[in-house]
Design a protein around this ligand. Structure first.
Ligand code: FAD
Ligand code: AMP
Length: 479
């Protein structure tokens, strides 16, 4: 007889491993199946986020920023430094962090008594999971509830087939052993901008080719425009309305052909090309035909608001279902599903999910953009506070960008916050907490903030929404 669990999770990314730990905490007999095999042949937990996503990209962003600061920004502080890069060591440090964190998940599984099952899981009819291990041996398990958390993989486009030598995806771009002289990036989305920034700081001449004619089209456009100006100053050559139509690898370089908005063809030659045109849900080999789980028209597993699939007792979370492809969204869905299985009644608030681009300065958003609020026809006030007016930003010589807060004109309820500037990721979280509590801009403005902090820019933007910021001339003056 096959072993029976209360919960089997397929996939141990931030959606799956968090769901498994929460289910085990709630007293459910839980197993988590993972197929990811490392270069050393060992199975590792953590999924995209820990192995080739959030964590390694941030490790390289932080290292490359330190190099840039030491090389170009210390001088103004009266510090002279001679700096040199050791790319292999930088990549090695990143690999060590990944190892520690993925090992940490294994430790958490043990501490919480989650059974780790190595191999590829396939959902069968009747709440059964067949796991095929790396030697091809299959075992079938049963569970009362199954959580699918198989995540996503990079999108490939025919004009730029990844060869993992010269043309790479985001995973390959975390492994370069030397700084490419000329680096092309296809796609000015989150991942393209982050990876383009890493190698730009380390000395590559970076050209980012983006098919759309507006920059960061889904972000608040005032913040997007400000960010574009900052990136230009940093030397990132971002070309909008440029659709890549072909590539030709010639020896150690690649010739990229792209069309501008008038359909005119151009060519550019690079030493490396990173393809960052988005990610797609990953369901290959996951579902038997009679499993009863439906996909939507874009290939995501179809789920309702509670992450229930079309098969009773089968749930799905994270990148493989609708919604933003973000680690924290995946984890929160994992918690909600585990608690629902245990009989609790949590709800996920999809309206307050922070979204961050970890460039420098960071770009961060929560809630609706000004364009969305306008389109919804709601009356609103906007408060903007530039970091150029922040004492703390000045002290740190980091004054680019602004905080923008949007509040309902009648109720003053905060509808959104959009920030480009130092520590934007952490600052936007303060507004996210305020929004979770249904706060008004006045509530934020009346809160006492420590001085001098970057956070004061949040308070001042909230005050500005009602026309009484202290440290700038208000656009709208009210009592
Ligand atoms: P994944 O992390 O993709 O994990 C899915 C797991 O399931 C994998 O381990 C896979 O091997 C396993 N699996 C799949 N099928 C099976 C099967 N049949 N059997 C067994 N195992 C299976 N998000 C952020 O929020 N912040 C960031 O800063 C950020 N930076 C990123 C940077 C990069 C370069 C990339 C690529 C992504 C980044 N993301 C970031 C996105 C984030 O990584 C994903 O949103 C997140 O990992 C999704 O979690 P998940 O659990 O749904 O899936
Ligand atoms: P994201 O989905 O945020 O990772 O962003 C991916 C970006 O890649 C989007 O802005 C797309 O417009 C862009 N993109 C997709 N295909 C191409 C292409 N052939 N040439 C240039 N940009 C592209």
């Amino acid at each position: 007889m096959s072993e029976k669990f209360d919960v089997i999770v397929i996939g141990s990314g931030p959606g799956g491993y968090v769901a498994a730990i929460r289910a085990a905490q709630l007293g459910l007999k839980t197993a988590c199946v993972e197929k990811w095999v490392n270069k050393d042949g060992k199975t590792v937990n953590g999924g995209t986020c820990l192995n080739v996503g959030c964590i390694p990209s941030k490790a390289l962003l932080d290292s490359s920023w330190k190099y840039h600061e030491a090389k170009d920004d210390f001088d103004i502080h009266g510090i002279e430094a001679k700096v040199k890069i050791d790319v292999k060591k930088m990549i090695g440090r990143k690999d060590d962090i990944v190892k520690k964190l993925t090992g940490g998940v294994a430790g958490l599984f043990m501490a919480n008594k989650v059974t780790s099952i190595e191999g590829t899981g396939k959902l069968l009819a009747g709440k059964k999971v067949e796991v095929t291990d790396h030697n091809g041996k299959s075992t079938t398990y049963e569970a009362e509830n199954i959580i699918l958390a198989s995540g996503s993989v990079p999108v490939n486009i025919p004009p730029a087939p990844v060869d993992n030598k010269i043309i790479v995806d985001s995973t390959g771009a975390l492994e370069f052993t030397q700084v490419p002289k000329r680096l092309g990036v296809i796609g000015a989305g989150v991942i393209g901008l982050e990876l383009g920034s890493v190698w730009n700081r380390l000395g590559s001449d970076v050209v980012v080719l983006e098919a759309l004619d507006s920059f960061l089209a889904i972000m608040d456009q005032q913040i997007a425009k400000e960010s574009q100006k900052i990136f230009k100053k940093q030397g990132l050559d971002i070309r909008l309305s440029c659709r890549v139509t072909g590539t030709e690898v010639k020896g150690k370089e690649v010739v990229v052909t792209y069309q501008d908005k008038d359909g005119k063809e151009h060519q550019e030659t690079f030493d490396k090309l990173i393809v960052c045109v988005g990610r797609r849900p990953y369901t290959e080999g996951l579902l038997s035909e009679d499993a009863g789980v439906k996909l939507d028209e874009r290939g995501f597993i179809y789920v309702n608001d509670l992450c229930m699939t079309s098969a009773p007792g089968v749930w799905a979370v994270g990148d493989v279902v609708r919604g933003p492809m973000l680690a924290h969204k995946a984890s929160e869905e994992g918690v909600v599903v585990a608690e629902r299985i245990a009989g609790q009644k949590p709800m996920m608030n999809y309206d307050v999910i922070p979204n961050v681009i970890y460039t420098h300065p960071e770009i961060a958003a929560v809630g609706r953009t000004e364009e969305q609020v306008k389109a919804d026809g709601e009356p609103y006030n906007v408060g903007v506070f530039p970091f150029a007016a922040s004492g703390r930003a000045m002290a740190a010589n980091d004054t680019h960008g602004m905080v923008k807060i949007i509040a309902h004109a009648e109720t003053d309820r905060v509808l959104g916050a959009h920030i480009v500037g130092p520590s934007a990721a952490d600052l936007v979280q303060q507004v996210a907490i305020a929004m979770e509590f249904g706060s008004s801009a006045e509530d934020i403005g009346m809160t006492v903030f420590g001085h001098p902090t970057l956070s004061e820019a949040v308070k001042e933007a909230a005050l500005a929404a009602n026309g009484h910021a202290i440290h700038i001339a208000n656009r709208k003056k009210r009592k």
